[in-house]
Design a protein around this ligand. Structure first.
Ligand code: HEM
Length: 120
């Protein structure tokens, strides 16, 4: 079971890479107000949700203690991220996203990373 949990932590990290990496490719455009929520960000956010929920299930099935408040906060922030990158996703009529809103998604993503690693 531990191997399975670690495997999903790895997939969870690939999700962070897509979400944060997608954000970082847009920082120059963000400064000019022309950033877009690229597909990698939407797919990364979805990956975080799916792997996160699976990680909760696997940890509980294995009787590992989980900090439910921490997971709840991460989930709440991710739902905001997911909502924004989905509604304003870069599809055929994809929109340019306002600087402040785009920056907020990057900020919330980084907040979730530090919540994950600092909140013990
Ligand atoms: C952008 C959103 C998210 C980020 C950046 C993030 C980040 C991380 C990181 C870096 C880890 C590995 C470090 C650690 O074990 O503490 C981790 C583990 C984990 N994450 Fe996430 N996560 C996010 C969203 C979620 C969501 C939405 C859930 C659940 C619904 C979730 C559930 C978990 C669980 C269960 C673990 C392993 C157990 C633990 O140590 O807490 N994560 N996350």
């Amino acid at each position: 079971m531990d191997v399975l949990i670690h495997l999903f932590v790895g997939l969870h990290i690939i999700g962070i890479a897509a979400l944060l990496g997608g954000f970082l490719t847009q920082t120059k455009a963000m400064g000019q107000g022309t950033a877009r929520f690229v597909p990698a960000m939407l797919h990364g956010a979805l990956t975080m949700l799916v792997t996160g929920v699976i990680l909760v299930g696997l940890n509980q099935a294995d009787d590992h203690h989980l900090n439910t408040v921490k997971i709840g906060v991460k989930l709440a922030l991710l739902i905001v991220i997911l909502g924004l990158v989905y509604v304003k996703r870069d599809d055929e009529n994809g929109e340019k996203v306002d600087k402040g809103l785009f920056g907020l998604v990057g900020l919330l993503t980084m907040a979730n990373i530090f919540i994950a690693v600092l909140w013990t």
